[in-house]
Design a protein around this ligand. Structure first.
Ligand SMILES: N[C@@H](CCC[C@H](N)C(=O)O)C(=O)O
Length: 284
């Protein structure tokens, strides 16, 4: 049976979104890789997202995320905004709640194709990232490059339902630098589940420039949970105020780490690109 998908993106971080109410979706890692492949019969995306029927009261859906490499991801910020919009817009609602493996998330319309999502509280303990050994996650003993002249060092680690390491850099990094360094750090033994690697340049107390090498997807145009993690990391280090604009080359997100309840609130755009049918050979 052919299966419909929606192609969406948040700041160019792109997704194949599949609604599963009428047809279950239990893909193998190979099927995810075939969908995510750019060219050669694939649709091409950074993540695949399934919107399942709700499993608990008060939720409109249960949402699952996979990286392009076929592995499950616990969270996806840009995808969360896209899903929230899809669950609100056709129903004419302006707020929604749904569940993921990392917990309950909620969204609100914030303008035309603009959505605010509550990403919950960040995990700050080393066991929550997780790290393979006990460490202060505000100043992690990790450096890349020569011992006496490291390229990047002493990052902050944050879980947004998925693992992030954030290096503060003196100037925005190039794609080549993020790729070379990020791919090394992603698989460092300190991160038993791998890690998303952010390079954050703090321009002012309310403005961060960011590039993220994503676990399981590589260098993406933007990473929503990466933006949340960078802002949480910057507040922990005393570098930014509670609300900051996090700028990628493809556009910006506004991230607040709310003082009142410790939740991270993200606002940004969504784009619905097109609707299509999955090729028979990758239908799972
Ligand atoms: N693009 C995402 C993050 C997707 C998951 C990540 N690569 C992981 O493995 O944790 C976002 O917008 O947050």
């Amino acid at each position: 049976m052919s299966r419909t998908f929606l192609k969406m993106n948040g700041l160019g971080n792109d997704f194949v979104v599949i609604e599963t109410a009428s047809q279950p979706f239990e893909p193998t890692p190979e099927a995810i890789r075939a969908i995510a492949k750019r060219g050669d019969g694939g649709i091409g995306c950074d993540q695949v997202i399934a919107i399942d029927p709700p499993r608990s009261a008060g939720a409109s859906a249960y949402v699952r995320f996979w990286n392009a490499d076929g592995e499950v991801a616990g969270a996806c910020g840009n995808g969360t905004r896209c899903v929230a919009w899809l669950l609100m817009q056709p129903a004419g609602k302006d707020s929604v709640a749904f569940d993921t493996v990392a917990g309950r998330l909620s969204g609100q319309m914030a303008g035309d194709k603009r959505v605010t999502v509550d990403m919950g509280r960040p995990g700050l303990d080393w066991t929550q990232i997780p790290l393979s050994e006990e460490m202060n996650t505000e100043r992690v003993e990790l450096q890349v490059g020569p011992i006496d002249a490291p390229l990047v060092h002493t990052p902050v680690c944050v879980s947004m339902g998925n693992p992030h390491v954030v290096f503060f850099v003196d100037a925005p990094v190039t794609d080549a630098f993020a790729t070379g360094t990020g791919s090394l750090v992603e698989h460092h033994p300190l991160f038993p589940q791998g890690v998303n690697v952010g390079f954050a340049h703090v321009q002012s107390r309310d403005h961060i420039r960011l590039k993220v090498w994503e676990r399981g997807a590589g260098l993406t145009l933007a990473c929503g949970t990466g933006a949340c993690a960078a802002q949480v990391a910057a507040v922990r280090r005393g570098l930014t105020d509670r609300t900051a604009t996090v700028e990628f080359e493809s556009g910006s997100l506004v991230i607040e780490w709310r003082e009142a309840d410790g939740h991270v609130i993200m606002t940004g755009p969504i784009t619905l690109e097109y609707t299509g049918k999955l090729p028979e050979k990758v239908v799972a």
